[in-house]
Design a protein around this ligand. Structure first.
Ligand code: PEP
Ligand code: MG
Length: 521
């Protein structure tokens, strides 16, 4: 029998997997189905929604049919189309023009004297969201569970929609170990290799992924690699964590979609980072307050009395949001909080969803890529304005503490000037990139060399934090090699991908709080 072919690759997520190959088509340029193309896209989404409502009406009782008929009538109402069109002419994006038009209608109904009219507001909110759902489009096709995804690159939404509980792995011809799918794969313990170079395989061919050594193994009649041993049950960890000399340490988890909240166990302090950009993946999602509220609420309710830090959308730059390119007048390279402040319509929807979600748990909000103190001030003001609006509409809400990522070197150096930030969390992925004049993809080559500079910067910044809560949620927190340096810098709260907890816990107990090795280690 022919020897299996072993191709060298880069390990992006450890572990061994094998299964039938699923050959992916090249990912298309990020664009929300239907959000490009202006009013035509909206018309299509409205048609889809009318079709859905007509189907619903078929089996409905007389009372429900009345409501549905009213909704269809509104969707067909030319004045709604005209108002949306007028907003678009004033340079608003089609999705936000739709949201603003319907919100204005809702406001009008809510202010009506007659009870019957006020009760109609919810029907309009319902169709607003139905059309947003249609604008977001259908998710990319899934692939069979247990297979090895082979392709040039992979979209984060595709990773998130897939059922990885049946095993399987990822082998990318290109890709990056610091890319977002790699980050997701490490968080979910899905073996993954990148930079395999293009190789030929047929759908269904057995393929192996060696995420430990960094290799992809091809065709050798039958099983290539023994099936992976069942993963250790990290949920059996329990008890409070201390360094060898008895200093308490908090371990939180980073989550990338709401379902990962299942990973929160009694030994975990809470969620130190929820990257909301993995749950809000298109302009239509970004405009959908109710959808976002449902996602954040689920996470907060499941976390119970444990704190949850949800980061506002870190979009732009290397983090796409489908349909973002259709928004007018965005400076190139704008990312994170600066993009949110430049496009406040996106920030306002998210702020309202977060303010409303805050009543369901212990929420803190974190701002991404903050560079200057006034960015925090301006976002806090935006939250205050939205809270006032919610108050006027008698919607329950609560103002959460608002803190910031420390992932831009100038912010780290000037941390004492960020008076209005309630807490800080170090993002070493971007901090390394910007400190070492690298790229996120190049981090891997430079991360080791840049680490001493990053650690020195963190140590200085911790001293400037003025006693406010400080944590770290970048990948360095989940790498035992950097623990001594991070402890020595004064960090006591580490937020890591769920799969990294066991490694960090076992490394922590062998170290003193000043980062030195404990006696006998
Ligand atoms: C970071 O930059 O370290 C971080 C945690 O944010 P992200 O990886 O999402 O950019
Ligand atoms: Mg970052």
């Amino acid at each position: 029998m022919a020897e299996p072919l072993r191709l060298k690759a880069k390990s992006a997520s450890p572990g061994i997997a094998s299964g039938p190959a699923f050959l992916a088509e090249e990912p298309k340029a990020a664009s929300a189905p239907g959000t490009a193309g202006g009013y035509g896209a909206l018309e299509k989404a409205i048609d889809i929604s009318i079709g859905e409502l007509e189907r619903l009406a078929e089996g409905a009782d007389a009372e429900s049919r009345d409501i549905i008929d009213f909704q269809i009538e509104v969707l067909r109402d030319p004045t709604i189309a005209e108002a949306t069109g007028a907003r678009m002419q004033a340079d608003e994006n089609v999705v936000f023009a739709w949201v603003a038009t319907l919100d204005a209608y809702v406001d009008e109904l809510e202010a009506a004297d007659e009870e019957q009219m006020r009760a109609r507001a919810i029907d309009i909110l319902d169709i607003k969201n139905r059309v947003l759902g249609a604008l977001a489009g259908t998710p990319v096709a899934d692939f069979p569970p247990g297979s090895v995804f082979v392709g040039k690159d992979m979209e984060p939404s595709r990773f998130l929609a897939h059922d990885w509980s049946k095993g399987g792995g990822i082998a990318l011809f290109a890709g990056s170990t610091a890319g977002h799918v790699a980050l997701l794969a490490r968080a979910k313990s899905v073996p993954m290799v990148v930079a395999t170079g293009r190789f030929s395989a047929t759908d269904g061919d057995p393929v192996g992924v060696d995420g430990d050594a960094g290799a992809v193994i091809l065709k050798a009649g039958g099983m290539l690699i023994p099936p992976p041993a069942p993963a250790g049950d990290i949920k059996t960890e329990s008890g409070e964590l201390r360094t060898a000399d008895g200093v308490p340490i908090l371990i939180s988890i980073n989550i990338n979609d709401a379902a990962e909240i299942d990973e929160l166990d009694p030994a975990t302090a809470g969620v130190g980072l929820m990257r909301s950009e993995f749950s809000v993946t298109s302009i239509a999602d970004a405009a959908n307050e109710e959808r976002q509220l449902a996602i954040y609420r689920r996470v907060l309710e499941q976390a119970g009395d444990k704190p949850v830090i949800i980061r506002m959308l870190d979009i732009g730059g290397d983090k796409p949001l489908a349909g973002l390119e259709d928004l007018p007048a965005l400076e190139p390279g704008l990312r994170g909080i600066r993009l949110l402040l430049a496009r406040p319509e996106i920030a306002r929807v998210q702020a309202r969803a977060l303010l409303r979600a805050a009543v369901f748990g212990k929420l803190s909000v974190m701002l991404p890529m903050v560079t200057f103190p006034d960015e925090v001030d301006r976002m806090r003001e935006l939250f205050r304005e939205e809270a006032e609006k919610l108050g006027r509409r008698a919607l329950q809400h609560r103002m959460p503490p608002i803190g910031m990522m420390v992932e831009v070197p100038s912010a780290a150096l000037m941390l004492d000037t960020f008076g209005s930030a309630a807490f800080f969390s170090f993002g070493t992925n971007d901090l390394t990139q910007y400190l070492a004049a690298s790229t996120r993809d190049g981090n891997e080559a430079d991360a080791g060399k840049a680490a001493p500079a990053v650690l020195r910067l963190i140590e200085q910044a911790v001293k400037l934090a003025g006693g406010k809560p400080v944590s770290i949620c970048g990948d360095m927190a989940g790498d035992p090699r950097y623990l001594p340096g991070l402890l020595a810098a004064g960090l006591r709260h580490f937020s890591v991908a769920p799969a990294r907890r066991p490694a960090i816990r076992s490394a922590m107990v062998g170290l003193n709080a000043d980062g030195t090795r404990a006696a006998g280690e």
